[in-house]
Every structure is written in structure tokens, then in C-alpha cells.
Design a protein around this ligand. Structure first.
Ligand code: GLU
Length: 547
């Protein structure tokens, strides 16, 4: 019996040929240097920081070259499906990552190279499988689990390499007649590659992140299609990335050892091998100082939802991801202030081979910088949006006092080095709460410093309120604090104070601190002059009285 006849028995419903598919999915009409890349998640749970970094650089590589970035759903690898396509698309959208092609919801997709969901591509895989059988590059294998265990035991006893290969690949040696007979009898089978690789030969993987890596050639007769007709990752990868005309395969380093198999498959089909970019893991240094993988289970910052809930701007997360993706990015940012990340050219070669270190503190620092450069109005809008979802009380205040709130956010903002106290929209309320009377009312705890005697504080407030005029400019305002100092025996001149501290009860800074703490409860606030201007004289008097 010929291979062709056997192939017809194995795949009776296949009507198309590989060349039909080559016509349906022609070479893309794009620039030679344009990158066609894809995010190919298995729907096994939320998009986490590790996968977000992959998506982010993959997308960037395509964007930088006017290429194509698409989303393919790998739902055939037998892993637990827990996340809907809608969920994945939503996660990507929340980071403003746009796809050019691919699945856009559980039921829809865009693009001419689909279906982009693997479970809808079974006919395509069967066509390619049939071609392999016809050309003696694959065969049906009927081995049971017991058979495979038996082979392993023999290999162990002989101290031979474990696996289904060469002389151990029992079903390789069946005749086509026997194969056909067993299939006709309804026996279950998997499709195996008939490898022609030699373990003693080397294959070089030219990896864009890692450079050239040598591996032994694949000689294992890997399973390509399982007995339920569903392809394994290795086979689907080769078929899909060829037909979708992917130029760059970006994926986790765990796939590196399987790459010789993928190369063997591409070569058997006579297809061009895509460029590989195997990305290292995203790591963190944990509380004990141990460097380990960022974990979905242990680390809240691994979840993309964390950033949304905290109100950390997406742009800041992206800037941070780029700093861990390409170490030259920070320098670029410093020498190109104000330029968009879109103008930075990402380079796979500058990625870390040993994995990227994720440091939430550094991310928050970038976020602080980022928020400090927004306008007060932008901070207001973004905080309002965040509060609408996560803090109703603050949302109501922001809505009620819109202009006032914008003015608060503007304190020390329109200057060369804006103040950087907001690391996330969720942390703003705890820093400006005292500006809202509604929040200033309950259980105040004043954090006084040197002067903490109530009588003395009252004296200071009494003296001060006599002088305070809300129309004063900043110099006059400060001179009046000095005047209070002089009147009550504090040094108004810091130099004089330093020379003879014993001659004074304290100095002008202590007076300012008293006013600051009575108005805000806190010793650390932005510009007191600006705060007082916004509060206005009546509310200042109220707060003095309240104390
Ligand atoms: N579904 C595979 C994974 O999640 C994708 C690997 C790839 O991008 O090729 O690991």
C-alpha cells in the first residue's frame, strides 16, 4: 500500500492541499523589514506581567517597522481553559495594546489569515498532516501508555536516552497494510513525526535575544496530533506561523529546547524558518532577598488588574516595561525629554538573556515622575475616573469641588521641577484629604514637632491671625510669620538662631510648622502659602478655632 493510500485512509475528509492554503494565505504584501509578530496565549488565566512584557515588546517590534501584530488563541494544548477571549482582549485593551489582526472577542475576529483560534483550524492541521504521511515524514502510532512505559524501562536498563526514537519507535516499522488494517478496526492512533534528524549532529538556532545557540538535532518521533485529532503546540506552531506569515516568533524561553523539532518540521515542509526571540522569565527579588520568578500566585503586582485597581497610569507601566526590556531606554528617555516612547526603537538584541528583574518600587518611581508631568486638569480627570470605580466618597468630593480640586493638584506643579508626591491615583486622597472639610472633621491627630504645648500654640495662632491677609503675596506672607516669631521670642533670622540658639524659644520654621500642622495635621505638606490661599481666611479661622 502506498503512503498516499494510507494518508487517504487516515484523513478521509481532507479536501484541500497545502498549496490551496498557500493561495488562500499569500505572502504578505509588506516591506522586507516589516515584522509580523503575534501574541499567542493559551487561555489559562489572566494576562500577567510576564506575558504583558512579551506582548509589549512583540507589539513594539511590529509597530516600529510598520508591520503586523496579531492575536492568536492557542486553545488546543489541553491546558485548562479559564479565561475567555473577551477577557484577554480586555486585558490588552486596558494597556492600550491594539491588534492589527486576530481574535477580537469570543466570537469575532479580524484579518485575512484566520481563523485565529486554533480549535477552529483542525481542517488545516489535517491537510498538513496528510501531506506528511504522503511523503513518509509521519506515521500513525498505536502504542498504549503501557507500551511507552515498556520502552522507557528498556532504555533505562540500557542507560540509553529516553524517548520514542530510532529503533525504539516501534510503530515506525509497521507496514502500511497493518496500519490501514488497525485504523479500519477502529484502533486509536496518534500521528508521529518520522524524524530524520541525527542526535550527533548539531543544529544552530539563531535567536535574536540569545545569539547563536547549538543544540543536537531532533531525532525524536514526537507526537504531532493526539488521538482526539487535536494538534500539539509544536505542530500547530509550525503550521500557523507559516500560514499567518509570521516573521518573528517571540515566546518564553521554555520553548527553546523544542526549537530543533520546530526547525525540522519547517524544513520538512520546505518553509522558511521564522526568526526566534526566546524571552527570559520576569523575575523579582523577594522579601528574603531571593531572586525568583514573578509569581501569579504570590505576587499581587504580577496581575495586570493590580495596576488598574491602584490607579497606576498605563503609560507609566509601559515606560517601566520598556526600561526592563531594553536597558538603553532610560538613557534615551533622559536625553530625549518629552519624546514619546513610540520614537524609541526597540531592539530584541538588547534584551536580557537571563530574565528581566521586575521592581515595583522602580515602577512606582516612574509613575511618580509621569504623574508629576501631567497638567492638574489631567490629574483631576484621571483621578476622577479611578475614584468613580474604586472610591465613591472621593469621587463625590472631586465632582462637587472640581475647580478647587484642580487647584489643589496644581500646587507646585507648574514649575521646572514639579512636586512628585503622587505615585498612583489611589494614593492622592491620603495626601490631600485635609483640603476637604468633609474629611477634615473626624478624629484629627495633629503631628506637632518642637512646639507641642497647647497654650503656646494658641498664642502663636492668635498673634498670627491678627496679621494674616489672604491677599498678601508670598513674601509678605512669610514676613508676617517672621513678625510673629519676633513678637513671641523666636528667631526670625535663621543665621542669628544658629549662632545663639539659647537666646530664643525657637525659630521661624517652628512657627510655620505650628500653622501648617493646625491647618493640615501634618508636618509635611506642599507649599503652605498655596494651601492657605486655597483654604481662604474663613476656613483658616475655623481650623484655628477647631484646634
Ligand atoms: N501558547 C504558547 C504559550 O502560551 C505560545 C508560545 C508561542 O508564542 O509560540 O506558551
Amino acid at each position: 500500500m502506498t503512503n498516499k493510500e494510507l494518508a487517504n485512509i487516515m484523513y478521509p475528509s481532507v479536501t484541500k492541499t497545502i498549496s490551496d492554503y498557500e493561495t488562500i494565505y499569500p505572502e504578505r504584501n509588506i516591506d522586507d523589514k516589516a515584522v509580523v509578530s503575534r501574541f499567542a496565549p493559551s487561555p489559562t488565566g489572566f494576562v500577567h506581567m510576564g506575558s504583558l512584557l512579551t506582548v509589549f515588546v512583540t507589539n513594539k517590534a511590529a509597530k516600529d517597522t510598520n508591520g503586523i501584530f496579531y492575536l492568536r488563541i492557542e486553545d488546543t494544548d489541553g491546558k485548562r481553559t479559564v479565561e475567555s477571549i473577551d477577557g484577554i482582549v480586555k486585558d490588552l485593551k486596558s494597556f492600550n495594546i491594539e491588534i492589527d489582526e486576530g481574535a477580537i472577542s469570543d466570537n469575532d475576529e479580524v484579518g485575512n489569515y484566520g481563523p485565529y483560534v486554533q480549535s477552529k483550524r483542525i481542517d488545516i492541521y489535517n491537510t498538513f498532516a496528510k501531506w506528511l504521511v504522503e511523503n513518509d515524514y509521519a506515521y500513525p502510532c498505536f502504542c498504549s501508555e503501557e507500551d511507552i512505559n515498556e520502552i522507557r524501562k528498556v532504555q533505562e536498563s540500557k542507560k540509553d536516552r529516553i524517548g520514542y526514537y530510532g529503533k525504539y519507535a516501534k510503530c515506525r516499522f509497521l507496514s502500511n497494510e497493518e496500519r490501514a488494517e488497525r485504523i479500519k478496526n477502529g484502533e486509536k492512533f496518534v500521528l508521529r513525526l518520522k524524524s530524520t534528524g541525527d542526535f550527533n549532529n548539531k543544529v544552530v538556532i539563531n535567536d535574536l535575544v540569545r545569539g547563536n545557540i547549538e543544540y543536537p538535532e531532533n531525532d525524536i518521533d514526537h507526537i504531532l496530533i493526539k488521538s482526539d485529532g487535536v494538534p500539539v503546540y509544536h505542530f500547530a506552531h509550525v503550521v500557523d506561523d507559516h500560514l499567518m506569515r509570521t516573521t518573528h516568533v517571540t515566546r518564553g524561553e521554555e520553548w527553546l529546547p523544542s526549537t530543533p523539532l520546530h526547525i525540522e518540521l519547517f524544513k520538512k515542509f520546505g518553509f522558511k524558518v521564522p526568526k526566534y526571540c526566546h524571552l527570559g522569565l520576569v523575575m523579582k527579588v523577594d522579601e528574603e532577598g531571593v531572586r525568583r520568578k514573578l509569581s501569579k500566585r504570590k505576587d499581587p503586582e504580577a496581575a495586570v488588574s493590580y495596576y488598574h485597581e491602584k490607579g497606576i497610569p498605563v503609560e507609566a507601566v509601559k515606560l517601566y516595561l520598556m526600561t526592563i526590556a531594553n536597558s538603553n531606554f532610560e538613557g534615551w528617555m533622559d536625553s530625549n525629554p518629552g519624546k514619546s516612547i513610540d520614537e524609541f526603537k526597540f531592539d530584541f538584541k538588547k534584551m536580557s538573556k537571563s530574565g528581566s528583574l521586575f521592581d515595583i518600587e522602580k515602577l512606582l518611581n516612574i509613575s511618580r515622575n509621569y504623574i508629576s508631568r501631567l497638567t492638574a486638569k489631567e490629574v483631576y480627570e484621571n483621578t476622577l475616573k479611578w475614584a468613580n470605580e474604586f472610591d465613591k466618597e472621593f469621587y463625590d468630593l472631586l465632582t462637587k469641588y472640581k475647580d478647587y480640586s484642580i487647584n489643589i493638584f496644581n500646587i507646585e506643579r507648574e514649575q521646572k521641577k514639579p512636586r512628585k508626591d503622587y505615585e498612583a491615583y489611589s494614593s492622592i486622597k491620603s495626601q490631600v484629604w485635609y483640603m476637604y472639610d468633609e474629611l477634615f472633621n473626624d478624629n484629627l491627630e495633629y503631628d506637632f514637632d518642637k512646639i507641642n504645648n497647647s497654650e503656646e500654640i494658641k498664642n502663636i495662632l492668635n498673634e498670627y491671625i491678627k496679621l494674616y491677609d489672604e491677599n498678601d503675596d508670598k513674601d509678605t506672607w512669610f514676613n508676617k510669620i517672621k513678625e510673629v516669631a519676633d513678637t513671641l521670642g523666636y528667631a526670625s533670622d535663621m543665621k542669628a538662631y544658629k549662632e545663639n540658639p539659647d537666646n530664643y524659644k525657637g525659630n521661624v520654621a517652628d512657627i510655620a510648622t505650628v500653622v501648617r500642622v493646625v491647618l493640615t495635621t501634618s508636618r509635611v505638606t506642599p507649599d503652605l502659602y498655596a494651601i492657605m490661599k486655597l483654604l481662604g481666611k474663613d476656613r483658616i479661622i475655623n481650623r484655628f478655632n477647631k484646634f
